[in-house]
Design a protein around this ligand. Sequence first.
Ligand code: NAD
Length: 484
Amino acid sequence: MVSRVIPVEEFDLVIFGGTGDLARRKILPGLYRRFLSGQMPEGSRIIGAARADIDSDGYRQMIRDAIAEFGGEEKSDADGIEKFVAQLHYIPVDAKGEQGWKELHDLIRFELVNAFYFSVAPSLFGDLAERLHLHKIADSSSRVVVEKPFGRDLETAKALNSTLAKHFDEKQIYRIDHYLGKETVQNLMAVRFGNMLFEPLWNNHYVDHIQITVAETVGVGGRGAYYDTSGAMRDMVQNHLMQLLCLIAMEAPAEFGADAVRDEKLKVIRALQDIDPHHIVRGQYDADGDEPSYREDAENLKSHTESFVALRCEIANWRWAGVPFYLRTGKKLKARTSEIAVVFKDIGHSIFPGDEKRHRNILSIQLQPNEGIQLQVTIKEPGPGGMRLIDVPLDMTFAEALGPDAEDSTDAYERLIMDVIRGNQTLFMRGDEVEAAWEWTDPIINGWKARNDVPKHYDAGSAGPEDAMMLMHREGRRWREIKG
Ligand code: NAD
């Protein structure tokens, strides 16, 4: 198969926070993979800018170490690593002071594509934007990439948007949600809008319900004190799960372009109905042997912050009226998995004697740990013995048909960074989308506070609190098994 990668132009990419955890674990190892696949044109540069007082050689060593620690099999390519780190530079910069800005100005080549990745605490975004402007480092063609969390409620998100808007046009702002950079998320759109088969069935006549699960096995560990100020609703639902919900529920955009796609996603968020408090279950994991409980991890023994949330919501429009969407996410669960499942309705009448099982088609989209799409179909069990029906998964990843390219190991971050360089905002959240998502989640979170809602307990390694099971059981449905 011929690979058709859209080339990128020569660029200068500045990574503020270039020495931080995210930069070392994800951004630089990802860029290294892109370099190896020939997508970093010769002459392009990555400029680390952070507080550490090191020089470019010190930074190169830091990134060699980061690739050794966090890279995949490509980390054994010593020659490749040396060529890659030769394209790295570093300038100590203080977002809140004067250090480094003049040097940065002198280094940037304004005639090239230039992008600035804000991989620092959101409290510094305003300072960075201000100083980029003040020192004339960014112009109307520059791009800025901002990390999550984008605010902690509507008010703070609005403030962040207006801070960025002071110096940058919306067309220059790339708000990252790395879930949108996953191969399968894009494949979901290809499956929906590139086939005749699914779209006619994609509505309340044929779909019984939709489930979205993002389960993690890790607890909040070392970042417990920070996490306790956030919780699963803010940390996962408001961004990742709602973005997935939008992609699965949106109408077909007129074209696969940034505003067309984001307009449709926004309409989904705006059509979400207010949630009945009985349709949400929050949880906190218990201690497990030597493993601490959520409250111990959070260093707050009276914490009411949730490490798990499950909810049932509905979208009030013609396509989806009456179809429940069940969302759940949590820490310390049974397995690490992210999955969207579109569960179709039962067949109305079975013509096969003795076949009482409810056969359902289920389209399941796995985002991690292994990306893939499967369609559960009902067929005759092969062999003699009459007409016995079984449900089997049809693998739509098509590894055999596509060969090695089917196993694209591209990490979401590297794909998204390359989209920034290409100037393609389709897989980034627009300011109004983020605000609309907070507008929906704020009353839910405020309601918990007003009612002094206490999260339920759940066992570490389980599927969450019992009440989360009941959320579906009482409607005659069940969650899909959480398995890695
Ligand atoms: P970190 O604490 O590991 O790194 C922070 C970086 O900011 C360092 O490079 C530090 O030198 C730099 N910095 C701090 N103060 C500065 C100043 N005054 N001027 C210039 N640079 C300064 O943080 P991180 O985990 O890498 O997170 C960075 C951003 O990415 C945050 O917004 C975080 O919410 C987001 N994020 C991180 C992860 C992750 O896995 N680490 C995941 C999702 C989002």
